[in-house]
Design a protein around this ligand. Structure first.
Ligand code: CMC
Length: 428
């Protein structure tokens, strides 16, 4: 039976702090009285040991390689569900019945029109602007066009804001791509489902009929499901922190997009393809790059290998590898960079260096391969990650608001100058 309290001895006194139990996984020491009782705060760079909240949305076990959304294993959701259903599940806590599913889907379709004036904002960007910067701006601009959805208080208001966000975000993601290509910004086709509509909005040419291949929609559905939530990661924590000031949903999600943009977070899938291109242009010598990755005097790392939390395998990578095999064979793709990826994967999985350090391909190793095969430019990969992560961000924001979490306001250990007097500039 695990103990239900910890005792801290400090300054000749003892203080007891309760241990908080979750349903599974980490237990936490509740230190909410720590500062008032002892005058101490905790210091935890990068929050590696700090729970910022309790949450009932996503559970992951890095040692077992397990990922659950609302209790459902990611493998089952990727196999049997679709992205719209997973969005509903994350937002509402339960899988929808047929009627609820239809209403949810219909509400998203009702709201997916994006105001024409938004096109003027996107027009003002240079064509070479990074899609993530454009996406963050457009997401924030939604606030101006939907002012009534900003000050959401009731559950109905929160759900309405969530549906608006989901409906319009797919358009914005598609538009960031079309801007880079100089293609007209279109308004989609409501006879299609969410993922089909998004895919068509991205790739439809104005002078050609558009055909949807079911295996492509299936792969995209899986990719979006696999990225839909990952508990308190950097961008999700950002969304919750911004929202804790009762900032509206659109502005909070815009901050999440900015956090995700960073190469240490959502940018890794882009880094994988850039690495493959680098190896290709250097003659395709895979063994040379495996040796570089193992060489401690060389800072080269095999991008798409290893994970901070998953030390056994990344459960998302197993699913996505299968999907990438299907895509590559169905599309009959012969690409030197993709050949290099397959060789890297094979050699690394058999190499003692990678086996001993538990370095397995992560989700980003394969997601970049699929996006490349589908024709997305590398700069769009993180936008695709954002589209997938959107329901997780919204579900976490909604949970934070409904739980009544206080405004996030960390403390610090101050290391600057002590109090001193101002010296006028002519005397310095
Ligand atoms: N290539 C070569 N060696 C590696 C790699 C790699 N990709 N990753 C870790 N190592 C080695 C590292 O040098 C160290 O070796 P040693 O014990 O001899 O010093 C050992 O493995 C442990 O590495 P670490 O840096 O302590 O592990 P970490 O948990 O701090 O880092 C990681 C995790 C993901 C940052 C790291 O594996 C990495 O840089 N991978 C490449 C970048 C990447 O693919 N990132 C995407 C992560 S998935 C997206 C997400 O969910 O956020």
């Amino acid at each position: 039976m695990p103990e239900n309290k910890v005792v801290l001895h400090y300054g000749g006194n003892s203080y007891e702090y309760p241990v908080v139990e979750g349903t599974i996984g980490d237990r936490g020491i509740d230190i909410s009285q720590l500062r008032s009782q002892t005058g101490l705060i905790t210091l935890d760079y990068g929050f590696k040991n700090t729970g910022s909240t309790s949450s009932g949305i996503t559970f992951l076990d890095g040692d077992k390689g397990e990922l659950l959304y609302r209790g459902y294993p990611i493998e089952e959701l990727a196999e049997k569900s679709n992205f719209t259903e997973v969005m509903y599940l994350l937002l509402n806590g339960e899988l929808p019945g047929k009627k609820d599913y239809d209403t949810f889907e219909a509400n998203i379709k009702v709201h997916n029109y994006v105001a024409e004036e938004m096109k003027k904002i996107i027009d003002a960007f240079p064509r070479y602007a990074h899609p993530m910067g454009v996406l963050s701006t457009l997401t924030s601009a939604l606030t101006a066009f939907n002012p009534k959805a900003v000050d959401a208080q009731s559950v109905e208001d929160l759900n309405h804001a969530a549906e608006l966000m989901i409906a319009k975000f797919a358009h914005l993601c598609a538009w960031t791509y079309r801007k880079t290509q100089g293609l007209p910004l279109n308004h989609g086709d409501n006879s299609l489902n969410y993922v089909e509509n998004f895919y068509k909005m991205v790739f439809r040419l104005p002078n050609e009929e558009f055909e949807l291949d079911t295996y492509i929609v299936d792969a995209l559905d899986k990719l979006l499901i696999l990225h839909a939530d990952h508990e308190q990661n950097c961008s999700t924590s950002t969304v919750r922190l911004v929202g804790s000031a009762h900032t509206g949903l659109f502005a909070s999600i815009s901050s999440g997009v900015s956090a995700l943009w960073g190469p240490l977070h959502g940018g890794a899938n882009q880094a994988v393809i850039e690495m493959l291109e680098r190896i290709k242009s250097d003659g395709g010598d895979v063994a040379k790059y495996i040796a570089k990755a193992k060489d401690k005097n060389d800072n080269f790392r095999l991008m798409g290998f290893g994970h901070r939390v998953y030390k056994n395998f990344d459960p998302r990578a197993k699913i996505i590898k299968k999907a990438s095999d299907v895509i590559l064979s169905k599309m009959g793709i012969k690409d030197k960079a993709l050949d290099i990826a397959l060789q890297l994967e094979k050699i690394a999985l058999e190499d003692d260096y990678f086996i001993e350090r538990k370095l397995y391909p992560n989700v980003d190793f394969y997601s970049g391969i699929i996006y490349k095969a589908l024709g997305f430019p590398t700069e769009m990969f993180t936008v695709m990650f954002a589209l997938g992560r959107l329901p997780g961000w919204i579900a976490q924001w909604k949970e934070m608001r409904l739980n009544g979490d206080p405004i996030g306001r960390p403390r610090q250990v101050y290391t600057g100058a002590k109090k001193r007097n101002f010296v006028p500039i002519d005397q310095r």
